[in-house]
Design a protein around this ligand. Structure first.
Ligand code: SRM
Ligand code: SF4
Length: 559
């Protein structure tokens, strides 16, 4: 008998999901009505399950509210076949703002889509055999997996396991297809059928979003501890023995609400590769049945783990699967991040790691990454892989194609050697303004300049070549995972940031707050004495984050 937690006064989201379990809402009618430029608030919630966010251009708010949409592609493991990339490239030029944004979960986002272009992009993506279904919403999101081909012989196997789990956790609603692919008017029963129950998610889906990632030690390029569930591959040479199961990670929090906090996942046990889908589905049902439906701020799986403990959780997984979990096998992460430049694969072909500033594929006067990628993919049909650090990989490049690709990139202002400074390569920022409705401060638009100022300071202190992982977000939701960085900047108000210090290179440790509110222009002044002390007090090659954790953050009352 599966227990569930009693839910007294549930949130509005729960009420509307229960009343409309197909997730169709009145989306089709609004889509068909050219007189309106936006969907209702409730449809806005359903649209998320379809991979769409209703936004408005926040730069224009003072003048008028200009509605627009963000569409997120679901790309397990960040794998983008060449034909699909060309479709994304074209759709972003025809119906969005002519950029593609690589996300921190290996997806692509279109920004600035107007309502009349929405249906066309959605149809175009589906016609190219990709989907946006469940890229957002109270369901399992894009499944992450290590994208870099040469880091381990297990990469391809783990990529295919990630795709299997992604498939096993998809909701089955027909509304998505009917609205976006078939373009049919839904009949009443499709729209509101109270009888529809998703076989995995139930009638009201999950209380909140759910995230899954696969990692292959010693590289933690997916930030596996920040996910609801993590599968850590345990191999012997090129043979996969199974996965250590992690659960209960998540980063989102709200300023001033102590009940919300970032949390790293617990290690739960070890499972055989053939059981991953079953275990993932069982954990989704634990979240479904035990997550808090009365408070969306307390509704993530991490709070179920926090409130009930890992022993209870393991027992619940075993009860729901009938499996006895083995003890976790030893594993160690030592690094995160991506490889840049040309690298040889085990099959003698090559891949190219390309740095993409804040994940934005675009053209500017001196830097035409979007055009260059289109030319390369058209000519050589290279597979593309998106990385969890918002960079990209051109995969399966034949030796004879290498020089031509290097030339095309150079002709468009993109070097393959020394692509960016060590600080930039290890940095991330979330989109924030002007698209994100939750942003309290800038991130993507202000991080590059801030990094220039930080680099000048580091150069003064002879720290020019020191890798320091820096991440910035426009609010505390944590989309660029700032709480795992050696330095995290988290937006608090316009031009005001919290500073967090003390994450580590393997991304296994949360950082801690160092300053509660600092103006953008004062950040470098705040960091100067800290870096100066680091130079004096570090032991050997000790990293900045480790020194902060060992020394600085032990000192009382630093906020
Ligand atoms: Fe995120 C909400 C962008 C990864 C935690 N996130 C949003 C929204 C959709 C704002 C909204 O709800 O209106 C942002 C859209 C901005 C825009 O204009 O594009 C947004 N999140 C992103 C992306 C694009 C950031 C990026 O720099 O790439 C990432 C898309 C990933 C994807 O392809 O699926 C993205 N978001 C994350 C991550 C990192 C991760 O998953 O590895 C986190 C922290 C991990 C976690 O989930 O705990 C994250 N996003 C949130 C939260 C806080 C959730 C919570 O538990 O409190 C929100 C707010 C919410 O859900 O209400 C949020
Ligand atoms: Fe928006 Fe906040 Fe996420 Fe940045 S961290 S994209 S500001 S929700």
């Amino acid at each position: 008998m599966i227990e569930t937690v009693p839910q007294t006064k549930v949130t509005h989201n729960e009420v509307i999901k229960g009343a409309n379990p197909t997730l169709a809402g009145t989306i089709a009618q609004t889509l068909a009505n050219p007189q309106v430029d936006r969907f209702s608030e409730d449809d806005g919630q359903f649209l998320k399950f379809h991979g769409i966010y209703q936004q408005d251009d926040r730069d224009l708010r003072k003048v008028a509210k200009k509605f627009m949409f963000m569409i997120r592609g679901r790309l397990p493991g960040g794998v983008v076949p060449s034909s699909l990339y060309l479709v994304f490239d074209r759709l972003s030029a025809d119906y969005a703002n002519n950029t593609l944004r690589i996300t921190s979960r290996q997806g692509f986002q279109f920004h600035g889509v107007v309502k009349s272009g929405l249906g066309k992009i959605m149809k175009g993506i589906n016609d190219a055999l990709a989907t946006t279904l469940a890229a957002c919403g109270d369901v399992n999101r894009n499944v992450m997996a290590p994208p870099t081909p040469a880091t381990s012989l297990l990469v391809e196997r783990v990529q295919s396991d990630a795709a299997r789990v992604s498939q096993a956790l998809l909701p089955v609603t027909r509304a998505y297809h009917q609205i976006w692919v078939e373009g049919v008017e839904l009949n009443q029963s499709d729209k509101t059928s109270e009888d529809f129950v998703d076989p995995l998610y139930g009638k009201t889906y999950l209380p909140r979003k759910f995230k899954t990632a696969f990692a292959i030690p010693p590289l933690n390029d997916v930030d596996v501890f920040t996910n609801c569930i993590g599968f850590v591959a345990i191999g012997e040479g090129d043979r996969l023995l199974g996965y250590n199961l992690l659960a209960g990670g998540g980063l989102g929090m709200s300023h001033g609400n102590k009940e919300t906090f970032p949390r790293v996942a617990d290690v739960v046990g070890f499972i055989k590769p053939e059981r991953i889908e079953e275990v993932a589905r069982a954990i989704v049902t634990i979240h479904r049945d035990w997550g808090d439906r009365t408070n969306r701020k307390h509704a993530r799986l991490k709070y179920v783990l926090e409130d009930h403990g890992v022993e209870w959780f393991r027992n619940e997984v075993e009860k729901r699967t009938g499996l006895k979990l083995e003890s976790a096998r030893p594993f160690k992460f030592t690094k995160q991040g991506d490889l840049f430049g040309w690298h040889k694969k085990t099959d003698s072909n090559y891949f190219l790691g390309l740095y993409v500033e804040t994940g934005r594929i675009k053209d500017t006067d001196k830097y035409q990454l979007k055009t260059a990628l289109r030319l390369i993919v058209e000519q050589f049909q290279s597979e593309m892989r998106l990385t969890p650090s918002q960079n990209l990989i051109l995969n399966n490049v034949l030796p004879v194609q290498r020089d031509a690709i290097t030339r095309i990139l150079a002709d468009h202002g993109i070097p393959v050697e020394n692509q960016a400074t060590v600080i930039r390569r290890a940095s991330m920022a979330c989109p924030a303004l002007p698209t994100c409705g939750l942003a309290l401060a800038e991130a993507e638009r202000s991080l590059p300049d801030l990094l220039t100022r930080i680099e000048q300071l580091l150069a003064e202190l002879n720290l020019k070549d020191e890798e320091i992982i820096i991440r910035m977000t426009g609010c505390p939701n944590g989309c660029a995972r700032p709480y795992m960085a050696e330095i995290g900047f988290v937006g608090k108000a316009p031009n005001k940031y919290q500073i967090y210090l003390g994450g580590n290179e393997s991304s296994t440790r949360l950082n801690r707050i160092f300053k509660e509110t600092v103006k953008g222009e004062d950040i470098v002044t705040e960091l100067r004495p800290v870096f100066a002390r680091f130079v004096q007090e570090r032991i050997g090659r000790e990293r900045f984050g480790d020194w902060c954790d060992r020394v600085l953050l032990k000192e009382a009352a630093i906020v």
